[in-house]
Design a protein around this ligand. Sequence first.
Ligand SMILES: Nc1nc2c(ncn2[C@@H]2O[C@H](COP(=O)(O)OP(=O)(O)OP(=O)(O)O)[C@@H](O)[C@H]2O)c(=O)[nH]1
Ligand SMILES: [Mg+2]
Length: 261
Amino acid sequence: MQHSQSLVGVVIPSYLEGENIQTLIRQISEQLPEKCRIVVVDDSPTDQTVKLVKQMQLPHVDLVHRSGKGGRGSAVLEGMAHLLKAGCETIVEMDADLSHPPAQIPSLIALLNSRQSDMLIASRYLPSSEIRNWPLTRRIFSKCSNLLAKAVLRVPISDYTNGYRVYSRAGAQTAVGTCGQLGKGFIALSEILVNLYFRNYKVSETPTVFVNRVRGESSVTYKEVLGALVGLYRIFWLKRELSKPCHIGKLSFEKNGNAVP
Ligand SMILES: Nc1nc2c(ncn2[C@@H]2O[C@H](COP(=O)(O)OP(=O)(O)OP(=O)(O)O)[C@@H](O)[C@H]2O)c(=O)[nH]1
Ligand SMILES: [Mg+2]
């Protein structure tokens, strides 16, 4: 049960986001002034982002600097594990490029709790959602990826690929304990969704405004796009396994991520 003093964690995967990271941390901290822990999981080849975060000298902000582009999904799962160890009851996942408005964090958390959900997705594809400044090609690609994922995985959610989400502690524990097996990149978003939904966790969504990045370069490679397609095929088999009547259902996890019978 969420209470006003419980710790909220925010995980930010970042790759060359020096132009955005300080603004984002400031905006999140304004939204969650009481009790929050932020972890930036940075895979940049330079230490610019790390230096900028350290420069802020904020005791509630942690840094994990990894070597090599380990993928968005793996960064988020590592950050979530860190926040669970720190005792967070609610975990927010969001991009570093200011596409996900921090002003929505408090209402996302309130909605997660009032609906008693384990994962709440901020969706770009509900009737009152908005996508600002995306070129047409990008809109088409994203829409088609989502339609394909929905046709294959059949979870009744409109946005499988937006990385703006809020998790209950149980939802985050299950994501950390079961996901990251099928690919290191963006595919983890669908892997987490399928694992939670077919293990009978409550998953829901609400409209959001998505704003195309203004600063910094896209780091998404063709290899990662291809990896997501292969990953979708793998998740299809995971979904089939989890949909069987005898599947294991909800799991509990200890702090170290081990499943408890
Ligand atoms: N730690 C880590 N973060 C990553 C990696 N790849 C992407 N990210 C971060 O994940 C988030 C989403 O990546 P984006 O590059 O914004 O992907 P996108 O939103 O599909 O594309 P653009 O906004 O057009 O660049 C951003 O915060 C990135 O910095 C990675 O390999 N490791
Ligand atoms: Mg982006």
